[in-house]
Design a protein around this ligand. Structure first.
Ligand code: SAM
Length: 292
């Protein structure tokens, strides 16, 4: 087997050889611990029948581990300076394709059709650039890609918000947006010492598994997210006050909202953070005819 990229010594050698300066603005915190990489990849349950989409290969630390376990890896990297580095570090592997693009600007579904059509099992695996964690996750989820799930490293605080249950302070519209499509669990937490440079936040690896069907049947998904965002607009306010100030103007607005809350069996003085995804679904369906 080839020597791992992700050791402190080899990483330093590679950075030095190419005179590469890490860009904080691109979230460039590279992993330097092969055990962590091994663990991340094991949570993805890959076989040679699987393909992987990676975001931000950096100098290839995670990419080479993915390449050893999967049939094919397609990795999106925004930093053009990394191409010559990756061509060198990943030269022993013949199942990796690097696409030099901002993941937020590409049509991932089209690229999957073009490059991964023969793979039925596709996972997203990444040590995400932390400054764009949420936009990347929301984009990949809303694109409704034909994937089995994701194993993604991010700041621990965001992973806690995504997996949060009702009644906790981390629970919010991000928890609902993701839990509507995916089963979300924290696979492991990761110390700052396994990166160079160490990030100034704690990290966690999140495992997301696509649900066969959503946990609640809604008539309009976008409107479910409008209602949940509105309900959390001011966390200390009651649900009736938040909905009243956030939903579009209309005649007898308060009465209509109260009727919907009543029909959904939701006390109007509760706060948004106490509502389950089922309650949000029910409420959204009842509000839809008058507010969309
Ligand atoms: N995978 C490597 C590792 O684990 O050592 C690097 C991970 S580093 C946290 C994030 C990587 O994402 C960097 O290589 C950075 O250049 C890249 N990146 C940042 N923003 C990006 C974007 N919008 N699209 C694609 N890649 C991006």
């Amino acid at each position: 087997m080839n020597k791992d990229i992700a050791t402190p010594k080899r990483t330093q050698e590679i950075l030095k050889k190419y005179g590469f300066s890490l860009k904080k603005s691109l979230g460039q915190n590279f992993l330097i611990d092969p055990n962590i990489l091994h663990n991340i990849v094991s949570h993805a349950d890959l076989t040679k029948e699987s393909a992987v989409i990676e975001i931000g290969p950096g100098i290839g630390a995670l990419t080479e581990h993915l390449s050893r376990q999967a049939g094919q890896v397609v990795a999106f990297e925004i930093d053009h300076r990394l191409l010559e580095v990756l061509e060198d570090t990943l030269s022993p592997y013949d199942n990796i394709e690097i696409i030099l693009s901002d993941i937020l600007k590409v049509n991932v579904a089209d690229i999957m059709k073009e490059k991964l059509a023969e793979f039925k099992d596709v996972m997203v695996v990444a040590n995400l650039p932390y400054y764009v964690t949420t936009p990347i996750l929301i984009k990949l989820i809303m694109e409704k890609l034909p994937i089995r799930g994701m194993v993604v490293m991010m700041q621990k605080e965001v992973a806690n918000r995504i997996t949060a249950k009702p009644g906790t302070k981390e629970y919010g519209s991000l928890s609902i947006a993701i839990q509507y499509y995916m089963k979300a669990e924290i696979a492991m937490t990761v110390p700052r010492t396994v990166f160079i440079p160490p990030p100034n936040v704690d990290s966690a690896v999140l495992k997301l598994t696509l649900l066969e069907s959503p946990p609640v049947a809604v008539l309009d998904e976008d409107f479910l997210f409008t209602v949940s965002r509105s309900s959390f607009a001011q966390r200390r306010k009651t649900i009736i006050n938040n909905l009243q100030s956030q939903l579009p103007q209309g005649k007898e607005k308060k009465e209509l909202i109260l009727t919907a809350l009543n029909e959904a069996n939701i006390d109007p003085t509760r706060r948004g953070e106490t509502l389950s995804i089922h309650e949000f679904g029910k409420l959204a369906n009842l509000l839809l005819p008058n507010f969309k």
